[in-house]
Design a protein around this ligand. Structure first.
Ligand code: NOJ
Ligand code: CA
Length: 620
C-alpha cells in the first residue's frame, strides 16, 4: 500500500506500509550489548534457484547453520534494488529488494524464520547517498525547480568545500561531478555515481524517516548506518561529524525509541575514539543517539600488536577510548566486506601494515588492505585463533564476517573489494555447494586453489572434524555466551613487565549482586605454536564471587610466570588443571625467550565467596 502525504503543493513524500510484517522478537532493550553479530552478504551465502546469485530464500535455508554456530544477530549489507556498482550501497529504490535476491515477501519469511531461531536481523541503511539511477536523482537533474530539485547538493561551481578528503582515492579525484543534464555540479563523498542527499532539505529528512519506518514495520531489529558521518556539509569544515548530523541522528533515535523500542542503530563512523563516542549521544540519558558504533581504531591495532609482538597498540587505543554511555556498546571486528581500513593509523603505521600484511600491491586499495582474515595471517591456525579470541574477549559486541569461521580465502585478482565477497564455501560440490548453476553464471567465482579453494576449505568438511576452525569458533562463541563478563564486564588491564603479554580482567556484577570475573592473558609471539589444549592459546579464567575481598585479591599478587601461548585462552584453578598442562606445545618449542610475568594470581585464593574458578575451555 502506498500513501502519498502532500506536504505542500510541490512535495509528495512517500509513506509506505508493508502488506505483511514479520513476527517481532520479544522486546529487549539491551540485547545488542550481549549479542554476537555475523555479517553476511545475501548474494554470497546460498543460491536457492541456481541463477548464480545468493538470495533471501537461500539465506533462510542456512539459518540452521547460523543457529548451530551460535550467532545472535545477522547484519545484511544492502540487498535493495541497485545497479550494484558499489556492492549495493548505490540504492535505486529503498522500498524494493533487488530481483536477483528475491522479494519483500521472501524477506519477511527470512525475518520470521530467523526470529523463530532466536536470531535477530539488522540491515544496512544508506542515509547519505543514493545511486544516480534513483528516481529522485533523475528527477532532480531533469527538473531543478520540481519536487525533487533540491534533494541533492547542487552547485554552479566545484569550488565549495575545498580540501575535503576524497575517500575513494584510487578512483575519484574530486567530491564534485558535473552533470551535463542540469549543467551543475553535484556533491558526492563516495563514487561519482553516488550523489549525496541534501539533508538541509526537510523533505529528504522526512523521506529517510519513512524508509526507516518501512523496514522496521517489516520486522527488522535495527540498522547499520552506512557512512553516517557525512550527512551535512558546511563551508570551512571537513564536512563530517557536524552538529546538524548529530541532531538528525538524535531525531531518528527518538523516533525509533518512541515507535519501535528495542530496535537499534549501529554507526559506521571511521573516527578516533574521542570523536566516535559523540555518536552515542548524551551519557546522562544512557545514550540518545546510536546504540552501537564500530570501534574502527582498535581493529588495525590488533594486527599491529600481534605482528610487533607487543601489547602496546591495543593497550594504547583502549586507554584512549573514553567510557561510553550505559546503554551503548562498541561493535568490534577484524574483517568485513570492505578493505581493511587504515584511516585510523599514522602514515608510518600504514607503511608497517602494508609491509607486513600486503606486500603484494594488488592487496591494497584506497590506502587499506583488501584481504580476508585467513590470507592476512597466512592461514596460520594459531594466529587466527589468537585474533578471534581477542575479538571475543575485548570490550564490545563482536561482528564476525561470513566465511572467516572456516578460514575462507580471497581473490585479489577481482576488482575493487569483490575479492573478499566471493561465494560461501559449503562443500566440495559444484561451486563449493553455493549454487548448482553453470560456474560461468556465478555473481563472482568461487575460490579455487590448494590452500583456500572450496575443496580444501568448506563447512561440510569442518563440521565433520572435531578440531576444525569451524568447530573451535562455535565452541568459543558458546564460551563467550556463558560468561556475561565478556560482553558486559568492565575492562581492566593488568600491566606486566613482558610487553608481549596482554592481560586483563573483565568483571560484571549481575542483578543478584554476584560478580563474575574473567581473567584473560594473551601473548603475541607470532612464531609460537598453538597450545595442545583445544583452546586458542593464552589463558582466560573465570571466577564468580559475591565477596569484594575475593575480587580484589584476584587483582593483587601474582604467580611468578605465565606460560606463553599464542592466543587468549583458559587458565584457571590449578586444582582442576595444572598450569604445565595448559600450554604444552605440539611441536618442539622455539628457542628460549624471556618468560612473561603475570600480574594476577594463578591460583584462586581460598575464599568461601568463590563459587566457581574453573578452566574456561571450549568445553566449559
Ligand atoms: C561504507 C560501506 O561499507 C562501503 O562498502 C561503501 O562502499 C561505502 N560506505 C559507500 O556507501
Ligand atoms: Ca539465486
Amino acid at each position: 500500500m502506498v500513501i502519498e502525504v502532500l506536504r505542500d503543493d510541490r512535495l509528495a513524500i512517500e509513506v509506505r506500509s508493508p502488506a505483511r510484517r514479520a513476527r517481532p522478537m520479544a522486546v529487549s532493550t539491551d540485547w545488542y550489548q550481549r549479542a554476537v553479530f555475523y555479517e553476511v552478504l545475501v548474494q554470497a551465502f546460498f543460491d536457492s534457484n541456481d541463477d548464480g546469485y545468493g538470495d533471501l530464500r537461500g539465506l533462510a535455508s542456512k539459518l540452521d547453520y547460523l543457529q548451530w554456530l551460535g550467532v545472535d544477530c545477522l547484519w545484511l549489507p544492502p540487498f535493495y534494488d541497485s545497479p550494484r556498482r558499489d556492492g549495493g550501497y548505490d540504492i535505486r529504490d529503498y522500498y524494493q529488494v533487488a530481483p536477483e535476491y528475491g522479494t519483500i515477501d521472501d524477506f519477511v519469511d527470512l525475518v520470521d524464520a530467523a526470529h523463530d531461531r532466536g536470531i535477530r536481523i539488522i540491515i544496512d541503511l544508506v542515509l547519505n547517498h543514493t545511486s544516480d539511477t534513483h528516481f529522485w536523482f533523475q528527477e532532480s537533474r531533469r527538473d531543478p525547480t520540481g519536487p525533487y530539485g533540491d534533494y541533492y547538493v547542487w552547485r554552479d561551481t566545484d569550488t565549495e568545500y575545498a580540501g575535503v578528503r576524497v575517500i575513494f582515492s584510487d578512483t575519484e579525484t574530486s567530491n564534485w561531478t558535473f552533470d551535463p543534464v542540469r549543467q551543475q555540479f553535484y556533491w558526492h563523498r563516495f563514487y561519482s555515481h553516488q550523489p549525496d542527499l541534501n539533508y538541509d532539505n526537510p523533505a529528504v529528512q522526512e523521506e529517510m524517516l519513512n524508509v526507516v519506518r518501512y523496514w522496521l514495520d517489516l520486522g527488522i531489529d535495527g540498522f547499520r548506518l552506512d557512512a553516517v558521518t557525512y550527512l551535512y556539509e558546511r563551508e570551512g569544515t571537513d564536512c563530517a561529524n557536524l552538529p546538524e548530523t548529530h541532531a538528525y541522528l538524535k531525531r531518528l533515535r527518538k523516533m525509533i525509541d518512541d515507535e519501535y523500542p528495542g530496535r537499534i542503530m549501529l554507526a559506521e563512523a571511521n573516527l578516533w575514539p574521542s570523536e566516535l563516542v559523540d555518536y552515542f549521544g548524551d551519557p546522562a540519558t544512557g545514550g540518545d543517539e546510536c546504540h552501537m558504533a564500530f570501534h574502527f581504531p582498535l581493529m588495525p591495532r590488533i594486527f599491529m600488536a600481534v605482528k610487533r609482538e607487543s601489547r602496546a597498540p591495543i593497550s594504547d587505543i583502549i586507554k584512549q577510548t573514553p567510557p561510553i554511555p550505559a546503554k551503548c556498546q562498541w561493535g568490534t571486528f577484524l574483517r568485513n566486506h570492505d578493505e581493511l581500513t587504515l584511516e585510523m593509523v599514522t602514515g608510518e603505521e600504514r607503511d608497517y601494515m602494508h609491509q607486513h600484511y600486503a606486500e603484494d600491491p594488488r592487496g591494497r586499495l584506497n590506502g587499506g588492505i583488501r584481504r580476508r582474515l585467513a590470507p592476512l595471517l597466512n592461514s596460520d591456525r594459531g594466529q587466527i585463533k589468537l585474533f578471534t579470541s581477542l575479538l571475543l574477549s575485548l570490550p564490545g559486541s563482536p561482528v564476525l564476517y561470513y566465511g572467516d569461521e572456516i578460514g575462507m580465502g580471497d581473490n585479489i585478482w577481482l576488482p575493487d573489494r569483490d575479492g573478499v565477497r566471493t561465494p560461501m564455501q559449503w562443500s566440495v560440490d559444484r561451486n563449493g555447494g553455493f549454487s548448482r548453476c553453470d560456474p560461468s553464471k556465478l555473481y563472482l567465482p568461487v575460490n579455487a586453489g590448494w590452500v583456500y579453494g572450496y575443496q580444501a576449505v568448506n563447512v561440510e568438511r569442518q563440521s565433520d572434524q572435531p578440531d576444525s576452525l569451524l568447530q573451535w569458533t562455535r565452541q568459543m562463541l558458546a564460551v563467550r555466551k556463558r560468561h556475561r563478563a565478556l560482553a558486559l564486564g568492565t575492562y581492566e588491564e593488568l600491566e606486566g613487565s613482558n610487553p608481549s603479554v596482554l592481560a586483563f580482567l573483565r568483571e560484571h556484577t549481575d542483578e543478584h549482586g554476584e560478580t563474575e570475573t574473567v581473567r584473560a592473558c594473551t601473548t603475541c609471539p607470532a612464531t609460537r605454536s598453538p597450545c595442545s589444549s583445544n583452546s586458542p592459546g593464552g589463558s582466560t579464567a573465570t571466577s564468580r564471587s559475591s565477596s569484594p575481598a575475593a575480587r580484589s585479591s584476584r587483582r593483587s599478587g601474582c604467580g611468578p610466570t605465565c606460560s606463553p601461548c599464542p592466543a587468549t585462552a583458559p587458565t584457571g584453578s590449578p586444582s582442576r588443571r595444572p598450569a604445565s598442562a595448559r600450554c604444552r606445545p605440539r611441536v618442539a618449542p622455539p628457542p628460549p625467550r624471556p618468560r612473561p610475568s603475570c600480574s594476577w594470581p594463578r591460583a584462586s585464593p581460598p575464599d568461601a565467596g568463590v563459587r566457581k574458578d574453573a578452566l574456561l575451555t571450549p568445553d566449559d
